[in-house]
Design a binder for this molecule. Structure first.
Ligand SMILES: NC(=O)c1ccc[n+]([C@@H]2O[C@H](COP(=O)([O-])OP(=O)(O)OC[C@H]3O[C@@H](n4cnc5c(N)ncnc54)[C@H](O)[C@@H]3O)[C@@H](O)[C@H]2O)c1
Length: 370
């Protein structure tokens, strides 16, 4: 069934791919996006959005604009957000306002103008630390990160006997541990969506995304998208700066696969009411991806290991994607080295303002790096 789909924040990195994937499925797409400076610079119109997309420039917290944007819409994909763990720890009012008040305004409108389905972008950050296994094979769910007591202490979490814990894939059933303002706001977005869709006879789906990467991620935004940040540094002949020791593990999922997950979330009959992890199913250390990216970009520059942690960051969290695979038939297709090669080709054609030191100073000035 072809629908009119409203994508909030649809001019952003993931939104443009989701728009394209929806169009390819025969849907019509409308986007509402306020084109924030941190992502879009001073551009008055978004770059890279398909021509067939109907664009509404506006803030989701503006009731009048939002109400007009919702006219005739069958389903909503809700992506509009301020995105950045570190920044959320000091730009608290902005993050809570856009992410949570913004979602509240959206649902206030949806009560009067209900749609068939709402799919919201949640985040792996809501888990806090991922799931771990201890040396005796026990699964440990409630690891809470504590600052290192001494500079030489290990970064990895330890059990009560001081033995290292090993990260294992984290399923949706892990209890959330909200370690940053960003995580808190994403969890509120997710819960508002699931609670209110159910209360008002709509269908709700939440996708918990891991680290999305690919061409088109804002290179001059130093607050989000670790691969884009590294790419911007390398492109400018500078070493990527890696917090901690670089051995923290994540799942890097290509943005085309993320877009495919949103199409499944929108269309699949088994999606409603569900919360699904979206990752590639492969985990890598941040150091490893920095090295692989430098090689793909043909910039043999070793990363700078900061040896300090950002407040709100977690050590390891890797994705268990068996639920979305089983229930919705999700299959990540993009091979990581192919994805990096394409990213490198795209970056080579871009201009990227390196604002990493600026962002680092913001955190350091507030004591948010230790
Ligand atoms: N990129 C990732 O790795 C990742 C991981 C987990 C979750 N997510 C979530 O996915 C969604 C999309 O992320 P992205 O990487 O495309 O980020 P992005 O910053 O590229 O896109 C977000 C878009 O929202 C718009 N926006 C911000 N405030 C707005 C407002 N008040 N009204 C209207 N539009 C507004 C921005 O202009 C931007 O175009 C976000 O909800 C984010 O939290 C992303």
């Amino acid at each position: 069934m072809a629908e009119l789909v409203l994508i909030t924040g649809g001019a952003g990195f993931i939104g443009r791919y989701v728009a394209r994937a929806c169009l390819a499925r025969g849907h019509r797409v409308r986007v509402i996006d306020s084109l924030i400076e941190q992502v879009h610079g001073s551009r008055a119109a978004p770059e890279g959005l398909d021509r067939e997309v109907e664009m509404v420039v506006g803030d989701i917290r503006d009731t009048d604009v939002l109400s007009r944007a919702l006219r005739g819409v069958d389903s909503v994909i809700h992506l509009a957000a301020e995105v950045g763990v570190g920044q959320s720890m000091y730009a608290v009012d902005r993050y809570v306002s856009v992410n949570d008040h913004g979602t509240a305004v959206l649902f206030q409108q949806l009560i009067d103008q209900p749609v068939r389905r709402v799919v919201v972008a949640s985040s792996m950050s809501i888990y806090g630390e991922g799931l771990y296994r201890d040396a005796d094979g026990r699964i440990i769910e409630d690891v809470v990160r504590v600052p290192r007591a001494r500079p030489g202490d290990p970064w990895d979490p330890l059990d009560r006997q001081g033995r290292p814990l090993v990260p294992i894939p984290t399923p949706e059933s892990k209890r959330p541990t909200l370690a940053s303002v960003y995580a808190l706001t994403k969890y509120v977005q997710e819960r508002l969506t699931l609670t209110l869709t159910q209360a008002y006879g709509m269908e709700g789906v939440a996708l918990r995304l891991w680290n999305a990467y690919g061409p088109g991620q804002a290179l001059s935004n130093p607050y989000t998208g670790v691969l884009a940040i590294f790419a911007s540094r390398l492109h400018n002949g500078q070493p990527p700066i890696i917090f901690e020791d670089g051995e923290q593990r994540r799942d890097f999922v290509h943005v085309e696969d993320v877009a495919e997950a949103f199409v499944l979330g929108l269309e699949h009959e088994r999606a409603p009411g569900g919360v699904f992890n979206v990752g590639s199913g492969e985990d890598r250390s941040v150091s490893e991806v920095a090295r692989l990216l430098a090689s793909a970009m043909d910039r043999p520059i070793a990363p700078e290991i900061a040896g300090k942690a950002r407040v709100g960051d977690i050590r390891h969290c890797i994705a268990d994607i068996s639920s979305i695979t089983r229930e919705l038939g999700f299959r990540p297709r993009k091979d990581f080295s192919r994805g990096l090669a394409e990213l490198a080709e795209w970056v080579a054609r871009q201009e990227a303002r390196d604002r990493v030191q600026e962002a680092r100073r913001e955190l350091e000035a507030r004591g948010l790096v230790a």
